[in-house]
Design a protein around this ligand. Structure first.
Ligand code: NAP
Length: 259
């Protein structure tokens, strides 16, 4: 399917690996020029070079921590008048409700709520003025059904979801859509580190931990970054202009609900 976005420009934050990279590659495949970001310059350069070579689009690399004001400024300077924004950042660490203090919440809110809001606030005016724009925020299945050990993530992402619910209705009249993509378990470094925690706690192998987790997913496997990226590219496409303020689960059926 021609996504109708060839020649547009997208910012994808936290995109040298994993789900962010999946989104960047899917947009590049649709002919979109990119601003890519991650803290580690080397992995970012490798990912960007592969995209240039595979898809022939322009890629600007911005090595920076997107959760800091300086990192956001650097990314936004490179972004210019971008038509598409995909927000992403690392997830907060797991723990128990009794572990977290004010500072832990501030850090999680900064990374997973206030950073995407700052990027939207900076780029939405241009999108609205031009009458076309797409924003996709990578959040988590924990927005729909809590993952108890991820209390910091549950809290921060719920806040972002509330913001998007209202804001998406305010910018829709100008041809701009904002939606959230909610990943379930995908085969990325993040999933490896969660599985490693299970291995260490229970004295089982990585294979056993992965098989056990995959067994809880109706699709009986982990998702791939490529298929997650395809869902993102569709939401950023010309065809998705009537999809506003939605929270789309990409989780192999793992979240057990009717609606
Ligand atoms: P990942 O494989 O660990 O990749 C994270 C990417 O983000 C890397 O490119 C990393 O590069 C970059 N990054 C992390 N923190 C950053 C920061 N502060 N500033 C700029 N770049 C940063 O993670 P993932 O699995 O793709 O997960 C992406 C998001 O989806 C996370 O928020 C995660 O919690 C959420 N999620 C993932 C899953 C899953 O199963 N994978 C499920 C639900 C939710 P650098 O380290 O070099 O910065």
């Amino acid at each position: 399917m021609d996504l109708g976005i060839k020649g547009r420009k997208a910012v994808v934050t936290a995109s040298s690996k994993g789900l962010g990279l999946g989104c960047a590659r899917a947009l590049a495949e649709a002919g979109v020029d990119l601003v890519m970001n991650a803290r580690g310059a080397e992995a970012l350069a490798t990912a960007a070079a592969a995209i240039r070579s595979d898809f022939g689009v322009e890629v600007t690399e911005v090595p920076a921590d997107i959760t800091t004001p300086e990192g956001q400024k650097a990314v936004l300077t490179a972004a210019g008048d971008a038509d598409i924004l995909v927000t992403n950042a690392g997830g907060p660490p797991p723990g128990m409700w009794s572990d977290w203090d004010r500072e832990d919440f501030i850090k999680a809110l900064d990374a997973n709520m206030l950073t995407p809001i700052a990027l939207m606030k900076a780029l939405l005016p241009g999108m609205c003025a031009r009458g076309w724009g797409r924003v996709v925020n990578i959040t988590s299945q924990s927005v729909k059904a809590p993952i108890p050990a991820l209390g910091l993530s549950n809290s921060a992402r719920a806040g972002l979801t509330g913001y998007v619910a209202g804001t998406s209705r305010q910018v829709a009249p100008q041809g701009v859509t904002i939606n959230n993509l909610l990943p379930g378990i995908h085969a990325t470094d993040r999933a490896d580190s969660l599985d490693k925690g299970v291995c260490d706690a229970e004295g089982i192998t990585m294979e056993e931990a992965r098989a056990r987790r995959a067994g809880t997913i109706p699709a009986r496997r982990y998702g791939t970054a490529a298929e997650f990226g395809s869902a993102c590219a569709f939401l950023c496409s010309e065809h998705a202009g009537f999809i506003v303020g939605q929270n789309l689960l990409v989780d192999g059926g793992a979240t057990n609900m009717t609606l």
